[in-house]
Design a protein around this ligand. Structure first.
Ligand code: AHR
Length: 513
């Protein structure tokens, strides 16, 4: 997408007009690939209060719940139409032994969550509870298996336990534990971050292990999940290179992780709130690197997998800040502001532009951890700006992408560095309407964006805008509605449509014919 190419010209903000004049052209006559709804997937790991408290309070809690899952959080997530949830990790997946999480809850072993805070893990949420959540949410399941500290036998038996429709001992054990019909496992991940917490492996070694484990993962033919080979991260493309050659048999996709750190430095990532504009700018710059990462990995896939059998699954992404002072550093709790919503929308637009390969992604994570949709504090709950961005983009789930180009973009600059000012994406939704998403990365300058829609009449647009006065505007338990989307509409004049796009904003509109 033109708007997301690195800008060459460094334009000074001061020299730019009060309203930048940009045009976006959309060709409705040349539909592109479908944007898989699973691009809007979510990740729930046994980490901090991401599951325990954030989602699960147990059936005996005074917090209203459905069989242990809190009603307020689940109700809000249902409105997001979450298509897919990944569980139980993350790094946690490679130390998770599924047998710890079945049978009577009060008899399950208590383990230590060594990756995340060293806290007790009582295994109250296990396979049956997770699939109960999946069914309550009306979503699909992505189960991540333990390659790091487990065995091929343990992994194979978990899959049999979940999917077998026979009278095998494992299938009967599942029935005894309350589930007659097999569960539907849509995706199954074979390990996680094998280059790091998953075992500190080299790609060649992991590829051998992947093939070894995958050989024994058997299911009824109509119940086979999409198998995921755990891939690389950041600038490292070796994993895609090796896995697309060595682990391609029976594999549906190679995963990839990339987190947005304002400073780009793990030791001092930057704060979630109260940051200077320089860190707003660097966050935009960092997150837009996603496009280059996808391009480089997809080029490798196009060489090794020209028939496009393999998906490129960005199954962990989002902002990662310094943990909130006073909180357990192992819980990865951070606040979530307007900046996070802008980051989310920029990434959505990037994913749409690679819809043929990027068929699934998962933001990290769903509740209370990293770039969350929802934050809870005991019985209280609030929706974050990222939640609102996800909700605004629902029409893009399973929509057909449309070629979209940003022309005459006015770059947003800081010193001698620039990023695109406007990012745009469009698609024809399942309801037949054309949807347009616009993001203004510039926190100081609004833009006038004229929309040139080829092949379709336009009388105006209707939708929503998300913006605020402060770059770090966020919701609190005292002011849970401090930032939320507002209605947005514009009328075409003499057949010409121009949208006023506020500084630091996200807009999603439907085109009225
Ligand atoms: O999302 C938090 C952690 O980040 C995940 O457990 C791990 O896969 C990644 O390093």
């Amino acid at each position: 997408m033109k708007a997301l190419k690195p800008a060459i010209l460094a334009l000074s903000i001061l020299a730019a007009p009060a309203f930048a004049q940009v045009s976006v052209s959309i060709d409705t006559t040349r539909p592109g690939p479908v944007i898989n709804k699973n691009v809007y997937g979510q990740f729930a790991e046994h980490l901090g209060t991401g599951i325990y408290e954030g989602l699960w309070v147990g059936p005996d809690s005074r917090i209203p719940n459905t069989r242990g899952w809190r009603k307020d959080v689940v109700g809000a997530l249902k409105e997001l139409k979450v298509p897919l949830v990944r569980w139980p990790g993350g790094c946690f997946a490679d130390e998770y032994h599924w047998r710890d999480g079945i049978g009577a809850r009060n008899k399950r072993p208590v383990k230590v969550n060594t990756h995340w805070g060293g806290v007790a893990e009582d295994n109250a949420v296990g396979t049956h509870e997770f699939f109960d959540l999946v069914e309550i949410l009306g979503t699909e399941a992505y189960v991540n298996g333990n390659l790091g500290s487990g065995t091929p036998q343990e992994m194979a038996e978990w899959l049999e336990y979940m999917t077998s429709d026979t009278k095998s001992t494992l299938a009967e054990q599942r029935r005894k534990n309350g589930r007659k019909e097999p569960y539907k496992v849509a995706y199954f991940g074979i390990g996680n971050e094998a280059w790091g917490c998953g075992g500190n492996m080299k790609p060649e070694y992991y590829a051998h292990l992947y093939n070894h484990y995958a050989t024994f993962l058997k299911t009824p033919p109509n119940a086979r999940p999409k198998m995921i080979a755990s891939g690389g991260n950041d600038d490292d493309t070796r994993w895609t290179e090796v896995l697309s050659k060595e682990a391609a048999r029976g594999t549906d996709g190679i995963s990839f992780h990339f987190y947005t750190l304002p400073t780009g430095v793990w030791e001092k990532k930057g704060a979630a709130t109260g940051f200077p504009e320089a860190e707003w700018f660097s966050t935009m710059q960092q997150t837009l690197r996603m496009d280059g990462h996808i391009r480089r990995n997809v080029a490798i896939l196009d060489k090794n997998d020209p028939d496009k059998k393999l998906g490129f699954y960005v199954d962990e992404w989002g902002t990662w800040y310094d943990v909130e002072p006073g909180t357990n550093p192992g819980f990865l709790f951070q606040r979530n502001t307007l900046r996070d919503a802008v980051v989310a929308a920029l990434n959505f637009n990037i994913f749409h532009s690679h819809a043929d390969r990027v068929r699934m992604t998962m933001i990290a994570q769903m509740v209370n951890v990293l770039q969350a949709m929802i934050i809870t504090d005991k019985e209280k709950m609030l929706l974050t700006p990222t939640y609102h961005a996800y909700k605004m983009y629902i029409p893009f789930q399973d929509a057909t992408s449309l070629p979209t180009a940003v022309n005459n973009d006015v770059a947003y600059s800081s010193g001698n560095k620039s990023v695109p000012g406007i990012s745009a994406s469009s698609a024809r939704g399942k309801d037949g309407k054309v949807y347009v998403a616009l993001v203004n990365t510039n926190p100081q300058q609004a833009s006038d964006v004229s929309i040139d829609l080829q092949g379709q009449a336009v009388s105006g647009v209707t939708g929503q805008v998300l913006t605020a006065e402060a770059m770090d505007a966020h919701n609190t338990f005292d002011k849970p509605q401090a930032i939320k989307p507002a209605p947005y509409s514009a009328k075409a004049v003499d057949g010409k449509l121009t949208l006023k796009v506020p500084a630091k904003s996200v807009i999603v509109v439907a085109v009225d014919a």
